[in-house]
Write a protein that binds this ligand. Structure first.
Ligand code: UD1
Length: 420
């Protein structure tokens, strides 16, 4: 177990170069299972979730070569339909492999992912979508067994625009005969990225990125070379690191539309943000302004994955901001740690809290509760007076490549130490 030691007060500024999105690369890696060929993927982030997905692919017979930035996955020989329970426990989102597995094989077995720190995270919508596509599903003793039997196109109405359920439905439908229609699909940029990757491989998907997606089944896919989109959440996290420490940050590559839900709130907070030819420049405000209401919503609303980071910024704002978390039921775990650092946060209900800006945060010993909450505590430590210790940083390493090195290159006083 490792921890970060951060001495607050330095400006975070300079040039930031960020690799591909965690939430794109994971479903894209799952999608390679559908391909009886080689897939070459560039702009791959060097994060621990990618390594878990590599282990999963290798465990079913894929050949994987990975040198930071590029993954070469040869899925021509898949010799197992069973995913080891240990992997699903380590990474709940490995459930997105289910649609691809059953699209490729006649049978697959995966353990039920269960809940995680941020919420109970059921998969009922995934299973309903797969059943609609003619897949027979048996749930027993904590395992899900899928039998292809009568895979066919279908009309799927998602009760909620779940990112994972939309991905699983797309993956299972790529080779289903006929035209599958998904209504109320998730519109996150990572869904569009997955569809672009699949189309580059020979799939026929239209409408990804909107709430109506059509998939025309194909028989075979072909070799593919693809580059993953930049990670809007990692970029947003570093933008807040600059905003809260009074810095100026230049990001070399962004997709403007993907950044807007985040930039919109940061502009209200007083940040000056200008898009450049391929990237953007953020100049921190002299005084951080309160943003009033922050309600997390499916894309293009404000992302739940940025809620805790924006809250850190608001702890040092000039007024009151209310946060309403509508996506996950347990995503305020960073609040208790933040209060230890001097933040003024009051719970209104379990998923609504009120943040009153204070003049200063102070360093403290805190514990990462989850991936984004953990990264947010580091942001708080960068702005706080004195030294902070952030433990359980394995959460942060799931989704941020070289977090401490990137921050140090931008001026932070941060080191990573082994926990005694
Ligand atoms: C993905 C992202 C995660 C992000 C989330 C919301 C990946 C790897 N992870 O997670 O970073 O925070 O989208 O943008 O891409 N739900 C059900 N039944 C289901 C599926 C979901 O009730 O079958 C509920 C969940 O409990 C949650 C909500 O729907 O309350 C959103 O979940 P979903 O969009 O599926 O998120 P994930 O795909 O798990």
């Amino acid at each position: 177990m490792c921890k970060y030691i951060v001495s607050g007060g330095n400006k975070i500024e300079g040039k930031l170069n960020i690799r591909g999105a965690k939430n794109s690369i994971l479903p894209i890696m799952a999608a390679t299972i559908l391909n009886e060929n080689k897939s070459i993927i560039h702009n791959v982030p060097n994060i621990s979730d990618v390594y878990i997905m590599i282990k999963i692919l290798e465990s079913i017979g894929c050949k994987v070569d990975y040198e930071p930035d590029t993954l070469i996955i040869d899925s021509s020989n898949i010799n197992s339909g069973e995913i080891d329970e240990e992997y699903v426990r380590q990474m709940r989102s490995s459930i997105i492999i289910m649609g691809a597995m059953i699209g490729r094989l006649n049978y697959t077995k995966i353990s039920y992912p269960g809940g995680c720190a941020i919420g109970s995270r059921p998969i009922d919508l995934h299973l309903k979508a797969l059943k609609k596509l003619g897949i027979k599903i048996e749930e027993k003793n904590g395992y899900i067994k899928c039998f292809k039997e009568n895979l066919k196109s279908a009309t799927i109405n998602l009760e909620f625009p779940s990112v994972g359920a939309t991905e699983n439905a797309i993956l299972a439908a790529v080779k289903a005969k006929g035209i599958t229609k998904i209504y109320n699909a998730a519109r996150e940029p990572e869904i569009e990225d997955l569809a672009k990757f699949l189309n580059a491989m020979g799939a026929k998907i239209n409408g990804a990125g909107t709430s109506y997606i059509e998939i025309e089944g194909v028989n075979r896919l072909n070799e593919v070379e693809y580059e993953v989109i930049p990670d809007r959440i990692a970029i947003g996290t570093y933008m807040i690191a600059s905003a809260i420490t009074g810095g100026t940050l230049e990001v070399d590559k962004v997709v403007q539309d993907h950044m807007e839900p985040i930039c919109d709130k940061l502009r209200i907070a007083g940040c000056d943000i200008k898009y450049t030819e391929n990237g953007l420049i953020l100049v921190a405000p002299k005084k951080i302004k309160a943003v009033d209401l922050v309600k997390t919503c499916p894309h293009p609303g404000f992302p739940t994955d940025m809620q805790s980071q924006l809250m850190i910024l608001m702890t040092l704002s000039d007024g009151v901001s209310v946060f309403h978390e509508t996506i996950f039921e347990n995503r305020f775990m960073h609040c208790a740690e933040l209060i230890r650092m001097g933040a003024n946060i009051k719970y209104i209900t379990e998923n609504i809290c009120m943040v009153n800006g204070v003049e200063k945060l102070h360093g403290a010993r805190v514990k990462s509760p989850d991936l984004r909450g953990g990264a947010s505590l580091v942001l708080a430590a960068l702005a706080a007076d004195g030294k902070s210790e952030i433990s359980d940083i394995y959460h942060i390493e799931r989704g941020y490549e070289n977090f401490e090195n990137v921050l140090r290159s931008l001026g932070a006083d941060i080191i990573k130490l082994k926990d005694e």
